[in-house]
Write a protein that binds this ligand. Sequence first.
Ligand SMILES: *[C@@H]1O[C@H](CO)[C@@H](O)[C@H](O)[C@H]1NC(C)=O
Ligand SMILES: *[C@@H]1O[C@H](CO)[C@@H](O)[C@H](O)[C@H]1NC(C)=O
Ligand SMILES: *[C@@H]1O[C@H](CO)[C@@H](O)[C@H](O)[C@H]1NC(C)=O
Length: 226
Amino acid sequence: MLVLFHFFIFCLFFSFLLFSGAMQLPVLTFPNANHTKHAKVQLTFPALHAVTVCSRVQWDTKASHVSTIFSYASPSFINEFQLRGQKDQKGDISLALIVHGHHTAYRTLFENDGMWHHVCVTWQNSNGKWAIFVDGKEGHSGVNVHSLQNIEGNGVFIIGQDQDVLGGNFSDAFSGNISDLNIWSEVLDKKQIEGVESCALIISFFVHFLFLTFSIHSCHSFSIAI
Ligand SMILES: *[C@@H]1O[C@H](CO)[C@@H](O)[C@H](O)[C@H]1NC(C)=O
Ligand SMILES: *[C@@H]1O[C@H](CO)[C@@H](O)[C@H](O)[C@H]1NC(C)=O
Ligand SMILES: *[C@@H]1O[C@H](CO)[C@@H](O)[C@H](O)[C@H]1NC(C)=O
């Protein structure tokens, strides 16, 4: 409830900024597979018994390699928490989550249509339940992944690259655009994720109504709530 309430305020605040034209909306652009671009989240992470990461992604329709949306490496374990994707045999986009080295199976989750898609991942240690949501709907989930243990704290969170050492030796770069990345130190439920996803749609509706031009990724900026 608290999260939703905050989010509502957040939406209102950013719609105000949008209406007043005061805000440049950040989109991270990753041009191709061999670039070295990345963004580092400037945050000291606590140990996490639960986590949700949501973001909007625009996949490069030509990318044929494994693409890392984000990677979180801890000092004692590099592949601590990570979301990656690749084309399936039909050319659609499949995603997989990694928690403390446990790699879930890839599951096809959205069309390779070059559009913005909203992706959320959740994990909690109580039963090791994890889930991937796309455009507000749960697309893949499971249990017993890294259960009863925490995601280690004091790690490095990189957007757009896999880390082979803590904070460096990048590989499996993301190609496309990433915006609106949020991290919560709890599992958001389905309703809350729908709320996060529709924030832009709500604003988009109002802005469309007034100005007739707007794009879906323009909801708000990178914010960290952890
Ligand atoms: C990087 O990739 C682009 C196409 O994605 C290619 O044209 C370019 O030659 C590559 N550069 C290097 C240094 O490999
Ligand atoms: C990413 O955004 C840039 C700037 O808006 C755009 O030119 C580019 O086509 C986008 N990339 C993808 C993969 O859609
Ligand atoms: C990082 O990459 C460089 C260049 O490939 C390599 O020489 C170095 O050993 C790597 N570092 C680690 C810790 O693997």
